[in-house]
Each structure stands twice: as C-alpha cells, then as structure tokens.
Design a protein around this ligand. Structure first.
Ligand code: FES
Length: 127
C-alpha cells in the first residue's frame, strides 16, 4: 500500500526527457523515485537500479543518456527502456525497474503507488 504523492502542480512544466525526483512511501517504507516525460507520456519508477540496488542518478535528476532513448544508471551503465523500465543493456539485462502508477488530476501529476504486483525479480537486485 502506498500513500499518494503530488509530484507536480503543473505537469506541463515537465519537458520531454526531463525528470522529477520524489519520495513515496510503499508498504511503510520511504522510497526514492522519479518520473520522466518520454515521447509525450509520463513514466515513474522507484529509483533503485536492479544491479546493485543503488540509485540510478547522482541525486541530480539526470537519468537519460545523451540520445535520450534510455534511462542509464551512473554506476555501471545499465540501460533501461524508459517506457517499460526493462534493462536492455548492462549487468542486469532483462531485469525491470519497479514501476509506479501515475495519475493526472487536472494539471497536477500524482503518484499513487506501484503499478503492478511486485514480480519475484523485484524482491532483490540482480546480481
Ligand atoms: S548499480 Fe546500476 S548498473 Fe550497477
């Protein structure tokens, strides 16, 4: 169970391939998370790389690679597809970021928790 968090008062302010970091409580645990706009749509994930469980960014909200076609972990270069959270290249190939569900409420963007039941592979980072 997660408590809903308002991420943005005006979602129009999140430009293409920009990101916003936030914290959401899931099952009583505060988790660092982020949302991005990619190809006009919003996607959000827990900010935990599936390789070693570290945050993907340096805390600066920079997640995209130079071509803006993948979310990249700064530590060992795992590349995740922005629209699915699946690792498509790197040490945790095939693993998936924990996706979060977003809701648009007027101009506001809210995160309302995990977007699906946690899969078994979500239990621990890939080795
Ligand atoms: S911790 Fe992200 S690629 Fe290693």
């Amino acid at each position: 169970m997660a408590s809903a968090v308002r991420i943005l008062a005006d979602s129009r302010r999140l430009s293409e391939t920009a990101a916003v970091r936030f914290v959401i409580e899931i099952d009583g645990v505060s988790r660092d998370a982020f949302a991005v706009r990619y190809r006009g749509q919003f996607f959000a994930y827990v900010n935990t790389c599936r390789h070693e469980g570290r945050m993907l960014d340096f805390g600066d909200g920079h997640f995209f690679d130079e071509a803006c076609d993948a979310l990249v972990c700064v530590h060992h270069g795992a590349r995740y597809q922005p629209s699915t959270g699946i690792c498509v290249e790197g040490p945790c190939l095939g693993a998936r970021l924990t996706a979060l569900k977003l809701e648009q409420r007027g101009q506001e963007l809210w995160c309302v928790g995990a977007s699906r039941e946690a899969a078994p592979e979500d239990a621990a980072p890939a080795g």
